[in-house]
Design a protein around this ligand. Structure first.
Ligand SMILES: [Zn+2]
Length: 174
């Protein structure tokens, strides 16, 4: 993973479909629709956008992107944190009920200038190859990027599509 893209120091990123994007802040560019997330937006609420990680092709690796440019839970409004909670709940329910994955890891880093949360799936191959826990997320991401093939990309896009369908069929505010 190219960290610089995520902490906003870089102006260019190439997504896993090969599209190149230029931006000042990736989170703001996604919020404004200037970066088209691979597979499209899974869910758009009033305050958040849920989509696949643009750069790391792992099925079920989703990003909850806040539309507003802040970087900390401590700055969230009540409405924003309610929506974030609901989006995470339904994203995880979707991944589990659609039998994509049984376990995920959530990550939010305040060193990133634009608030986003990783919903990172834990697959057996990751544990077998790298071990378990957040220590290995970067190695796993690098590996997924380097070793991606067309079937993997199809599966990532398939999971995006199925999860979008899941969100259409559920009221996340309930
Ligand atoms: Zn931003």
């Amino acid at each position: 993973m190219n960290d610089n893209n995520f902490i906003g120091n870089s102006k260019t990123a190439v997504d896993f479909l090969g599209n190149e994007w230029n931006y000042d802040c990736m989170g703001c560019a996604i919020s404004r629709g200037e970066i088209k997330i691979p597979g499209g937006i899974i869910y758009e609420g009033k305050y958040t956008i849920l989509g696949a990680d643009p750069e790391i092709p792992i099925p079920g690796f989703f990003i909850v992107n806040l539309k507003r440019h802040i970087n900390s839970f401590s700055e969230l409004s009540k409405e924003e944190r309610t929506e974030i909670g609901n989006v995470i709940v339904y994203a995880e329910k979707a991944l589990k009920e659609l039998n994509v994955i049984r376990e995920v890891t959530l990550v939010q880093e305040e060193c990133s200038k634009h608030f986003h949360i990783w919903i990172f799936p834990n697959y057996n191959w990751m544990t077998e190859r790298f071990g378990k826990g957040i220590t290995y997320l970067r190695d796993i991401s690098e590996y997924a990027k380097k070793n991606v093939n067309n079937d993997d990309i199809k599966e990532v896009l398939n999971v995006v599509e199925k999860t979008r369908e899941y969100f259409k069929n559920h009221n996340i505010n309930e």
